[in-house]
Design a protein around this ligand. Structure first.
Ligand SMILES: NC(=O)c1ccc[n+]([C@@H]2O[C@H](COP(=O)([O-])OP(=O)(O)OC[C@H]3O[C@@H](n4cnc5c(N)ncnc54)[C@H](OP(=O)(O)O)[C@@H]3O)[C@@H](O)[C@H]2O)c1
Length: 333
């Protein structure tokens, strides 16, 4: 009898704990689904009017891929655009397209972000007098064109500096340059392009992955500091987008085109300050966190498998890189 009573008491406690746990997960997932619905569905029905931030948008790395797509989409939504990249010829081509298609003003600034601090006074001088409402810190580069161990690139000493200058210094210096006028007006939007590769540690993409978690943390902290003063800092963490960086991989339900990614991601402004940018990338992020967590990625078993995979794919990727390079050259002849 006593045993039964004890079991009944124990059973009630278990039932209670089970109920609380079930309720916790129900609320947690309902909240997440509502947030996802708001950020990726409602945002496309009622996108924020981006002109409220100010007349000009500055986009770094804006002659190709995601940066070009952001620049064109922002012009389509009524902003004048400052384009910053290395190639004057490509800059002029994108500027002409924006001016003729959307009748917006453009400025172009030629700069190489791998060069470090020397370029910023020149950029600052050229931005003087512009009312900049939006800054898109998009420019970024890979450590190598494929999965490699940290030492397995030609001239790693030079490459490390280039990647850090391009992926980290550019974001911090451009924000430092443009944030003051946004704070003064009490209005502004900074969009920082991080990556899904930064949401968990990624062996064989170590430097790239580490630079992207820097962008993520920097953006989230800056948002917390400056949101009360009217400046939104949005961090975008895309999965795979078909661009030169990904050798123009075929678009499919998981891989977005740059144009469609930029459209979806810009819709999320005002709805989220930390986003995968589009619904398919958000779902891939959840799936990866569940089925491929950090402890598994970092295990020696997994690292060996990734090394083997990279070796097997090396030739294929090199051929794809060469094809991409040729395509680019033919396009610009
Ligand atoms: N594609 C993806 O799947 C993916 C996924 C996650 C995150 N991202 C991030 O998204 C951003 C854009 O990537 P993307 O795939 O669009 O790259 P992309 O296709 O390689 O385009 C890079 C752009 O940046 C410019 N650029 C490159 N190096 C530069 C430098 N040193 N100085 C100035 N401009 C430079 C290039 O123009 P010029 O050659 O004319 O200079 C080009 O306009 C990056 O931050 C990347 O890390 C991409």
């Amino acid at each position: 009898m006593a045993g039964f009573a004890e079991c009944g008491w124990f059973g009630s406690v278990l039932c209670f704990l089970g109920g609380i746990t079930a309720l916790y997960y129900l609320l947690k997932w309902s909240w997440r689904i509502w947030q996802g619905f708001k950020v990726h569905v409602l945002s496309s029905v009622w996108p924020t009017d981006l002109r409220v931030y100010g007349q000009w948008a500055v986009v770094t790395g804006s002659t190709a891929g995601i940066g070009r797509a952001y620049a064109i989409e922002l012009a389509r939504r009524g902003l004048d655009i400052v384009l910053i990249s290395r190639s004057q010829e490509k800059l002029r081509r994108v500027a002409d397209e924006i001016e003729s298609r959307y009748r917006r003003q453009t400025r172009v600034i030629q700069a190489d972000f791998t060069e470090g601090h020397s370029i910023y006074p020149v950029i600052e001088e050229q931005l003087k007098g512009l009312k900049i409402g939006i800054l898109v810190n998009n420019v970024g580069m890979n450590y190598a064109g494929m999965l490699v161990n940290f030492l397995d690139v030609p001239d790693p000493e030079k490459r490390i500096t280039e990647v850090i200058n391009c992926n980290i210094l550019s974001v911090t210096q451009m924000s430092r340059m443009i944030l003051p006028q946004m704070v003064e007006r009490g209005k502004g939007l900074i969009i920082n392009m991080s990556s899904e590769a930064g949401s968990q540690p990624q062996p064989m993409l170590s430097l790239y992955s580490a630079t992207k978690i820097f962008v993520t943390y920097f953006s989230r902290c800056l948002h917390a500091e400056y949101q009360p003063r009217g400046v939104t800092v949005q961090c975008v963490t895309p999965f795979v987008v078909s661009t030169n960086m990904t050798y123009n991989i075929e678009v499919n339900p998981l891989v977005k085109s740059a144009e469609s990614f930029a459209r979806d991601a810009l819709n999320t402004v005002g709805y989220s300050s930390f986003t995968s940018g589009c619904i398919t990338h958000a779902l891939q992020h959840i799936a990866l966190a569940i089925f491929f967590p950090a402890w598994l990625r970092l295990s020696s078993f997994c690292v060996r498998r990734v090394e083997k995979f990279a070796q097997e794919r090396k030739q294929q990727i090199e051929e794809r890189m060469a094809q991409c390079q040729k395509k680019q050259e033919d396009k610009h002849k």
